[in-house]
Structure formats: structure tokens, C-alpha cells
Write a protein that binds this ligand. Sequence first.
Ligand SMILES: C[S@@+](CC[C@H](N)C(=O)[O-])C[C@H]1O[C@@H](n2cnc3c(N)ncnc32)[C@H](O)[C@@H]1O
Length: 299
Amino acid sequence: MPNRVADALGLSPIKALTDKEFAAFQRLIHTEVGIFLSDVKRPLLVGRLTKRLRELGLGSFSAYFAVVKDDAAERQRMIDAISTNETHFFREPKHFDFLTGTVFPALAARRTGKGERRIRIWSAACSTGEEPYTLAMVLLEHFAPADGWEIEVLASDISTRVLARARDGLWPLAKSGEIPQAYLKRFMLKGVGDYEGKMKAGPEIRRVVSFFPNNLLAETYAVKGTFDAIFCRNVLIYFDTPTKLKVIEKLLAHLDPEGYLFLGHAESLVSLGGGLTRELHSVAPAIYKLGPAPSRRHR
Ligand SMILES: C[S@@+](CC[C@H](N)C(=O)[O-])C[C@H]1O[C@@H](n2cnc3c(N)ncnc32)[C@H](O)[C@@H]1O
């Protein structure tokens, strides 16, 4: 808000963000979250933090910086304020076609023994939940718990604000247009009364999805075991190359040897110039598997 507008509203003015202050926030955010805010993101930082400075009665970004440096809860609020959380159900639909057309038949063919009917997928930057609930819908459509299948979708994000919304599993009804009719009818509830105009995740998909906070930059991740697929889409794009490499290495430690890594379509590994210690090959746009490409094996 420009200061003259703030004056007119009787609010105390906030000093304009200086280059030095911006550089300090850039460094802190890069270290904490991995996101590098380039100079063009300066208005975004000001826009998203100004309201909070006002709530705290602070007159400068330096004063706010002093607070976030020492206060983990406030740092989390800042992360919530600056993270970009855009997401959709069935985003990048070809990925879900690949799951149902290639990954699922292979899993069904492999997991035939007693006690083997278990599938685990991790949505590692899940935002408000559309991605993990989409995964739950396609999984349950193809692997019925009544046939002995155990389905687990883990979903994490750094932002506690989006995780709370994901757990609520409540969206404007307009979002229903993103979901194919058959899935919508089976898995979503249409709000009535107080929930008029809203759509809610139904119990079948809620049962298989669990949400937890996880920073992709953390030394160790809050997950155990390996996954048949890891979705880490539309988040690496905010990281610099060394951070991307570190994150992918850590995700791969949680990928089943036969598992698949799904990235966002703008996040091809080609741009990383082969800096990974483990070999990966591409099986479809932005989908990767461990090991050399089949054409390069057994030479
Ligand atoms: C644009 S959304 C992508 C959501 C979903 N994966 C999709 O493709 O629709 C990016 C998400 O990454 C999360 N994020 C950003 N930095 C992160 C980090 N260091 N660790 C975990 N999540 C992070 C943000 O909070 C945000 O919810």
C-alpha cells in the first residue's frame, strides 16, 4: 500500500524496502526454503509481507527481519506468505494417463503374492491437496481395497497454511470442472447448507491420504520406506541448480528401484547437465526411472 494511502487511512507508514533489506530476505528465504527471489520478485515480497508488518505494528522491513530471524513461528508465517501454491486436480493430465496406462499395469503384474498388494505414492509439494487427492482417486479406481489392495498416499509441503487447507479438503464448487465426471461422482461430496457452493473430499479418498509438513531442503525427510512413485511437481522450478540436485538425490533415496519420479513439465532434468550421482532415464515427458535407459543396458 503506498504510504499516502496508508496516511489517508490513518495507518502508520512503512519505510520502503531498501536494497540491503531485500538482499537479507533473499538470503534468508534461499537458505530456509530454497527459493531464490530474483530482483523482479521484489514487489511480490513487499506485497506479501506489508500486511504482516502492519499487523505487528512494525515500521520497516529491517524490524520485521529481526523478528523472523529469531522466531521460528514467524519465519513459518513468512514462508506461508511468500510461497506460490497454484495447483489443480488432474494437473498435467498426461502424467495420470501414464500412471494408469503404464505404472499401474506393471504394479498389478508384479504384486501378485500374498501380502504384496500395497502401493505407496508421495506427493512431495502437495499445496492445497489437489495433487494427492487426484492420486487417491486414480489409485482407488484401479486397486480396490476390497480386493486386498492397501493404498497409501503421503502428502507434504513446507507451508502449514496450505497443509491445513489440504486437510480440510474443501474447495469452491467451480473446481469440480477439473475432475472427470466418474471420479467426481464417486469420490467428492457436493456441499449443502453451510457448505453450499463448496465441494468436499469424500471419506474414501480421505482414508488413504495423510498430510505432514516437510521441507525439501531438510537434511532428512519425515518419511519412512520407499515409494512406487514420487510426485515433486512445480516446485523445483523455484530452486537453483545445486538445490535442485540436492533435492532430487534425497528424493531418489526414497524411490523404489522400480519406482517413478514425476516432475513438473517445465522441470526437465536435462537442464541439470547430469550432475546427479545416480543414473536416471526418462520414460515420458518429465517422468524418470532409476538406472540407464533400456537401449544402453547389456552392451
Ligand atoms: C506451485 S505448488 C505445486 C503444487 C503441486 N505439486 C502441483 O504441481 O500442482 C508449489 C508448492 O511447493 C511448496 N514448496 C516450496 N518450497 C518448498 C520446500 N522447500 N519444501 C517443500 N515444499 C515447498 C509450496 O509451499 C507450494 O505449495
